[in-house]
Design a protein around this ligand. Sequence first.
Ligand SMILES: [Zn+2]
Length: 192
Amino acid sequence: MFLKLFSLSLIIGFGFLGSALNFEIPTNSELFLMEQAEERVTKKPFGLYVSPSDSPVSPERFSGYHTGVDFEVFEDERDVEISIHAICEGKVRFVDWVSGYGGVLIQDCIFDGLPVTVLYGHLQPSSIPYKIDELLQKNQMIGVLGEGFTRETDGERKHLHLAIHRGEQLEFKGYTFSESGLESWLDPLFLF
Ligand SMILES: [Zn+2]
């Protein structure tokens, strides 16, 4: 079994050697979502309840429990390109413009042996070079943040909404009406 796998990997390895040389993607390396990721979670952590009358963000047009984590940009980054990188290895499931987010990429991943979908929201649509079924490596760049208060972010401030939904089904909800609805999601900060 081991020998079979070994020779198979050799064949695959040689077959893809040419193209593999063009990409320098470290595997098994520390997670790199974006520069200073942890310092950016300052407004909307996972599970926070918001409404138009009570939110750390103003104006707020959503209500419910936050299904993801928001990573903010710093004051001097309004006009700076902020690159976003995949948090795991897995195929692209969805790329398009979505109401409430602007540019969105959703990726299939496996955590602890269980399938999840990972949603990256408020990306600049034209910066995402991938199509459905393309395999992304962990830490591979997937695009840059969309410009705030434009169609790229569907009118939201410049930031990343990162959400991990349990199972293989695509789910776009940024908020759930009930707190128990959060059980279908994971707090992405467990990765950091
Ligand atoms: Zn969010």
